[in-house]
Structures are given as structure tokens and as C-alpha cells.
Design a binder for this molecule. Structure first.
Ligand code: GLU
Length: 445
């Protein structure tokens, strides 16, 4: 590593010692950009990396609310506005019991480079709460979202910071958050949130976008090797919004998808995942994945772990961070995996990534492979700004084009740095250079 890069990383460790996921995300980026930093002494002169790893603003707030039993609950809300060099802060809100400042910082940091890769003029941010939506009634979800917004509203805006969904935050939550924002500000400001309902400013394809994009990225990687998804056996983890539409797109492109999972376990369906049944259980009934096995003949349910032991050509980790470790990677490689495309944010541990790359497995890192969601959010902002609503075909066409460009730009950078096909290096340097150039041009701010 370049000595300046190393010094910056050591300072990050010292300054916030208890943030392992944030350290992991920063380390991966700094390691990849080291070669680019060698070429630019002005980065060190302007302390650009120190500024890059320090969020522009971090907001932490109390979210008190009353549950259905009349009990007062107190959660913690976060919004980390990480970098606005390329545009208003943009990134999702995660409601999950594991949320803390470290998790939101890692996600916000990743978001900076992901958003830069989309080339759509969006900065990076992330937020959320340690609120656990599991088992909560619809009115509890509504009250929580309203209380969360009574603080968040003063920090966001269509030209300032534009939240969206992430784990635990989908169309329903965005509706409740938007309703409270409108009431508090007396403004119907469509562009303040994305992932909205189609009835009042949402974009077609936003729901499908992350999962579709992850598969399109896998397809682009295979294309370089003269291969396609047709007839490939695909293993997917997760069963939320990203996974469902990754399954759907992979099937449209002729692949056989045989697994999905949730935090309780995973299912193996050798006849191919029935997407309609999956949508019914997960989107309509908000149930557990075990029900999929209970309702469809011949499906096996395995409790606990993830589906990485299942032999496959393509693995799509679409659940959460660090869900695929070195042992899983070893198993996948032994079983002949050809490509891994990350639908989740940082699902593979650093050791797993190294192993895939050493074994010449095509590896699409999340910040490139799952950028389709935020890219389509930016398309939603574009439609809101012009009061337009595009057709499904138009929105999907734009998404496809953006995913192809992200792939091609990352690939071109990997070639330029003498590591063709190293998408980690390619994506990190491409995203970083766009942000770094804007930061230099905008001075010390
Ligand atoms: N949470 C998604 C992500 O990780 C989407 C963010 C957005 O649409 O702003 O990129």
C-alpha cells in the first residue's frame, strides 16, 4: 500500500476503533486505489483521503414511539451524509436490529463509490434505525415511520439528501415517511424520497431494479468470456426485494435458480424457484421462507446457514453483509462456481473475495453489481423533476444501459491498471477518481 494510504487507514482505526464493518469497507477501497494515489501527489497535499473517510455530517437521534400495547419504545435513528461532491446525498434507510453507527457508516461509504459509478450526479449517504420491524403491526410500522420522520425531515430535501429503502424499508415504509414529510413541510416534494408508490411519483422498475441489475452485471461479466446465463445453475441467498427480482431476471435469461433463503434458513427447489409463490409469501404475506417448502412439493428446507454448499455456476449473495465467508468460498470454488455477483452490500468477507479472485472466478462487487437500485432511484428523481412517468420498457432500457456502462467502465479501469477482469479494483478506482476530481475542483470544504 502507498504510505499515505496506510497512514490514513491507521488513523481511521485509531479514531473509531469499534467499527469493524466500516474498517472493512474503507480497507477494501483504500487497498484498491493505492495505485491511483501514487500518481496524484495532490491528493495528499489536499488531505483528500482524510476528508473522504470522514462523513460530512452524521445525525443520530432518538425515536420514541408507542406500541400497540401502549408501551413506550425508544429506538435510535441515524443519517450519515457522507459525501456530496457529485450531488445531493443519496442512499437508503435500513430498519434492522443490527443497525448501529458502524453499519450505517460502512453502507454510506460504499454508497459514495456506487453512486459515482452510476454517473448520475448523486452523492453518498445512508441512514436507518435499530428498530426491528419483525412481528410489528401495520399501525406500529406507521407510527414508527412518522416518529422517525419528525426528526429526519429537517435534514433532507430534493437538493440536499434523498433517502430510499434498504433492508426493512420498502414501499409501505416510504409511503408513511413521505406522508409525514409532506405534513411537516407543507410541500409535495416528490424528489425527497425514492422508491415511492407508482400512484404518486414512483418509477416503474424501481422495485425490480437492484435484483435485475445484479443479474445484468453477471451477464456482462460472462459476456467478456463469451458465455451467457442460459442453462446456468444459480444459487441465490436472501428472499427480500433484491433476491426476488434477481431470481426473476435470471430466469428470464434462461438460468435455473434453485435456492433462496432468509435469516431462519434456506430452501432448495430443484424444479426452479416459483417466483410467484415467493412473491406471495414474502411481499404479500410477509412470511418466512420455510412456508415456501411447506407449500411446494419436493422442496427441501434447511435451517440455519446459507445455501453456499449447493453446487452452482453462479452465486448471487443478496441477503446482507458478510454472509459468505472463506469456507463458503472454498466450497463454491470446489463445486465449480464461475461467477459471483453481489446483490447485497459487502456480502462476501475479504478472505472470500481474495479466494474468488485467486481462483479466477468472475467477481462483481456490490458497489458495481447492485448499483441498479440506486441508479433507478436517480431515474425516479429525473422523472419527478420533469413531472414525467416513463413506461416499463423505457425505465428498464435505461437501467440496462447504466449497468452495462458500470461494467464496461470498471473493466476498462481494470485493464488500464494491468489487472483485466479485477472488478474490485476497477469499480473502486473508477468511482474514487470521479469523486476525487470533484473534491479537488470544489476546494477544501
Ligand atoms: N439501499 C439501496 C442501495 O444499497 C438503494 C439506495 C437508493 O435507492 O437510494 O444502494
Amino acid at each position: 500500500m502507498n504510505p499515505y494510504v496506510e497512514e490514513v487507514y491507521d488513523d481511521v482505526l485509531k479514531r473509531d476503533p469499534n467499527e469493524p464493518e466500516f474498517h472493512q469497507a474503507v480497507h477494501e477501497v483504500l487497498e484498491s486505489i493505492s495505485l491511483a494515489v501514487d500518481k496524484h501527489p495532490e491528493y495528499q497535499e489536499t488531505r483528500l483521503l482524510e476528508r473522504l473517510v470522514e462523513p460530512e455530517r452524521q445525525i443520530i437521534f432518538r425515536v420514541p414511539w408507542v406500541d400497540d400495547n401502549g408501551e413506550v419504545q425508544v429506538n435510535r435513528g441515524y443519517r450519515v451524509e457522507f459525501n456530496s461532491a457529485l450531488g445531493p446525498y443519496k442512499g437508503g434507510l435500513r430498519f434492522h436490529k443490527s443497525v448501529n453507527r458502524n453499519i450505517i457508516k460502512f453502507l454510506g461509504f460504499e454508497q459514495i463509490f456506487k453512486n459515482a459509478l452510476t454517473a448520475q450526479g448523486i452523492g453518498g449517504g445512508k441512514g436507518g434505525s435499530d428498530f426491528d420491524p419483525h412481528g410489528r403491526s401495520d399501525t406500529e410500522i406507521m407510527r414508527f415511520c412518522q416518529q422517525f420522520m419528525t426528526e429526519l425531515y429537517r435534514h433532507i430535501g430534493e437538493q440536499t439528501d434523498v433517502p430510499a429503502g434498504d433492508i426493512g424499508v420498502g414501499g409501505r415504509e416510504i409511503g408513511y415517511l413521505f406522508g409525514m414529510y409532506k405534513r411537516l413541510t407543507n410541500r409535495f416534494e416528490s424528489g425527497v424520497l425514492t422508491g415511492k408508490s407508482l400512484n404518486w411519483g414512483g418509477s416503474l422498475v424501481r422495485t425490480e431494479a437492484t435484483g435485475y441489475g445484479t443479474v445484468l452485471f453477471a451477464q456482462s461479466m460472462l459476456d467478456v468470456k463469451g458465455e451467457t446465463l442460459d442453462g446456468k445453475r444459480v444459487v441465490v441467498s436472501g428472499s427480500g426485494n433484491v433476491s426476488i427480482y434477481a431470481v426473476e431476471k435470471a430466469q428470464q435469461l434462461g438460468a435455473d435458480v434453485v435456492t433462496v433463503s432468509d435469516s431462519s434458513g434456506w430452501v432448495l427447489d430443484e424444479d426452479g424457484i416459483d417466483v410467484e409463490l415467493l412473491k406471495q409469501i414474502k411481499e404479500v404475506e410477509r412470511g418466512r421462507i420455510k412456508e415456501y417448502a411447506d407449500r411446494k412439493k419436493g422442496v427441501k428446507f434447511f435451517s440455519g446457514s446459507r445455501p453456499w454448499e449447493v453446487p452452482c455456476d453462479i452465486a448471487l449473495p443478496c441477503a446482507t453483509q458478510n454472509e459468505l465467508n472463506d469456507k463458503d468460498a472454498k466450497r463454491l470454488i470446489e463445486n465449480g462456481v464461475k461467477a459471483v455477483s453481489e446483490g447485497a452490500n459487502m456480502p462476501s468477507t475479504p478472505d472470500a473475495v481474495d479466494m474468488f479472485q485467486e481462483a479466477d472466478v468472475l467477481f462483481g462487487p456490490g458497489k458495481a453489481a447492485n448499483a441498479g437500485g440506486v441508479a433507478t432511484s436517480a431515474l425516479e428523481m429525473e422523472q419527478n423533476a420533469s413531472r414525467a412517468s416513463w413506461s416499463f420498457e423505457k425505465a428498464e432500457g435505461r437501467l440496462t444501459e447504466i449497468m452495462k456502462n458500470i461494467h464496461d467502465d470498471a473493466y476498462a479501469t481494470s485493464e488500464e491498471y494491468g489487472r483485466p477482469g479485477d472488478y474490485v479494483l476497477g469499480a473502486n478506482i473508477t468511482g474514487f477518481e470521479r469523486v476525487a476530481t470533484a473534491m479537488l475542483e470544489q476546494g477544501i470544504v
